[in-house]
Design a protein around this ligand. Sequence first.
Ligand code: NAD
Length: 254
Amino acid sequence: MRFAGKVAIVTGGGSGIGKATARRLAAEGAAVVVADLDPRDTADLVVKDGGAASSFALDVSDEAAVRALAESVRAEHGRLDVLHNNAAALGRDVYGRDLDLADLDVAVWDRTHEVSVRGAMLTCKHLVPLMSKGAAIVNTTSVSALVGDTDHAAYGAAKAALISFTRYVATMYGDRGVRCNAVAPGLVMTDVARRVMTPEMLAEKAAERLLPWAAEPEDIAALVAFLASEEARCVTGQTVVIDCGTTVHRPEHA
Ligand code: NAD
């Protein structure tokens, strides 16, 4: 029960990694606010699990909406201990094609950055004032920020900016005892990933990993919970890769 009596916000908590984190933090005692374009059934699920949760529907790139989230958390709880900035989507899947640069619509580039980078900036801007000594922020970035690929440059560049932003936030608020770290997952077997990945794509990903298993959303949630907890009180400004060993070796060792 590392989060007993604490208050947490999970953006993008409506599904996938955010949903798993919301459930994990609540299972360890936190009152969780699930903040998402579509918070769906996560809060109900947490309550069914025996935890405490509420929903807040918002677009994290909208400053007025984020300000309203902060006002709501201040009125309801008066404090914030954990912020998981996790909302985002692969540009190629949601906002439009994020493939070859020649075909890249500038609107896709902008929207991808708006959600990942502006969204995290806005939540930190409006929610850090509710935080005090011992509070922690965890940003979800991606291995796409660390290695190149032949597609989704907008996504990779936005996630790389989030790594830099993580260091700035850690530096700005370290003296207040507020930490900020990032997790960088490789492929995670969310419902969306299971739906869109073909057997060939899954086999290709399996061949890239050092470990004979793939990451589930609960694996990322466990790392987020560790980084958000008092156990990680000396860790700040870091990006922790969680990719089953995909990015640490030369291709011939796969
Ligand atoms: P997901 O689509 O299951 O969940 C993302 C959630 O974010 C959705 O519920 C969606 O409604 C919400 N969201 C999107 N845009 C939003 C906005 N503007 N405002 C508020 N909420 C918004 O995806 P996921 O795979 O669980 O992704 C979670 C995070 O993990 C993302 O930041 C993603 O980039 C990152 N990530 C995922 C993988 C993977 O393989 N699944 C790998 C690396 C990084």
